[in-house]
Design a protein around this ligand. Structure first.
Ligand SMILES: Nc1ncnc2c1ncn2[C@@H]1O[C@H](COP(=O)(O)OP(=O)(O)OP(=O)(O)O)[C@@H](O)[C@H]1O
Ligand SMILES: [Mg+2]
Length: 361
């Protein structure tokens, strides 16, 4: 997959930017707050249908404006595809491919695929489970587009259940209706995530083994409150029972405490938890291995490498890890941001940004 051109109109701090990308490495250079991450944010929007910064769409619109528009042309196989997204203050965002009618999530997710790696990811191992779930969800959505609406529906029903619990005086029958729906959705989500984690482990293991000179064996184990299961149906039953059993405590706490929104995966190096015992360097290597594995898996599942978006990673990683990631992404399109002088010296297509304005020299 190769991005050819990106156009930003009133997006974040860019008024009107048209950026051409080349195959291979592209380096976006500029001072702090110039607008480098904003460019990656726009690109990744087409992969995820939302910002990787976990913000509201309206925050993407340039201050003082009512509308914003981004468009991107990329090559997927032999097809040149144009995707666009428009945002307006009061209205819904609209995503299109070419001149199509506005598309639903299932119709565009997975068309453009990217792996994003930001300094935030460096805390993937030691950070909260929410970080790990978000990482999995974004990756799974791109390779299995039907996962995205299930996840949205789960979050919607969960929000309704939470609103009900918060009000107090809950009618049990209504809570049971929500619980039943949540159990079905949670089973789909947990099954998909667990399968993905198993595949991810296979790939990430090889990268960590390689990086550590054969010393480190990576394992990932998926954990869910519902316990072990063989089939999706069995898991749905288990979630159902768990929700019924915990109904009282959820009512007492005015909050939904059980479900797929509490899942996690444990990362271990040589069978010891990397979160508890791993050194900072080991944890960083694991994250690198997970991100490279995400790219590899995307290739295996779709037949095409995704675009790698590396935000400020070069200044955050030591030389060995930096060289490792660059060597493992040769031959793919990589878009790197940074403001270090060494980036200026690096190979590849260079893009300069200043106050949201882009130039190629
Ligand atoms: N909706 C918006 N409208 C206008 N400007 C915005 C908007 N949202 C963010 N900005 C501005 O964009 C700039 C940040 O851009 P960005 O995060 O891309 O910087 P960066 O070049 O990645 O910097 P760093 O090197 O520090 O990571 C900030 O100055 C911020 O105020
Ligand atoms: Mg930045």
């Amino acid at each position: 997959m190769n991005i050819q051109k990106l156009s930003l109109r009133n997006f974040r701090n860019a008024i009107e930017s048209d950026i051409e990308f080349s195959e291979g490495v592209n380096v976006i250079c500029g001072a702090n707050a110039a607008g480098k991450t904003n460019i990656l944010e726009a690109i990744f929007y087409f992969a995820a249908g939302k910002s990787f910064r976990n913000c509201k769409d309206r925050e993407l619109i340039r201050f003082g404006n009512d509308k914003s528009n981004i468009a991107m042309r990329f090559l997927s196989g032999n097809n040149s595809i144009k995707m666009s997204a428009s945002f307006s203050k009061g209205g819904r965002r609209v995503i299109k491919i070419g001149e199509s009618a506005p598309l639903k999530m299932t119709e565009y997710i997975g068309r453009f695929r990217a792996v994003i790696f930001t300094p935030d990811h460096l805390s993937l191992v030691k950070g909260s489970p929410e970080n790990r779930r978000r990482f999995l969800d974004l990756a799974i959505c791109q390779s299995f587009p039907r996962y995205a609406p299930t996840l949205s529906e789960y979050n919607r029903v969960l929000a309704q259940k939470n609103a009900l619990l918060k009000r107090g005086n809950v009618i049990d029958e209504l809570l049971m209706v929500y619980n039943e729906r949540l159990a079905s959705l949670a089973a789909v989500i947990t099954v998909n995530r667990k399968k993905y984690v198993q595949k991810l482990e296979e790939e990430a293991k090889k990268f960590l083994f390689d990086m550590s000179g054969g010393k480190e064996d990576l394992t990932l184990s998926y954990q869910t409150q519902a316990g072990d299961f063989e089939t999706q149906e069995e898991l749905r039953e288990k979630y159902n029972n768990l929700f019924a059993e915990k109904m009282h405590s959820e009512k007492e706490r005015f909050l939904s405490l059980y479900g797929a929104h509490k899942d996690d995966f444990v990362v271990a190096i040589n069978k010891k938890s990397a979160r508890m015992y791993g050194s900072q360097g080991q944890q960083r290597s694991v994250v690198l291995a997970l991100k490279l594995a995400e790219g590899e898996l995307s290739y295996k599942l779709t037949g095409e490498y995704p675009v790698f978006l590396l935000d400020d990673i070069l200044s955050e990683l030591d030389k060995d890890r930096k060289d490792y990631i660059l060597s493992k992404t040769t031959g793919r399109q990589v878009i790197i941001t940074g403001c270090e002088s060494e980036i200026f010296e690096s190979k590849g297509n260079k893009i300069f940004v200043r106050d949201g304005v882009v130039s190629s020299i």
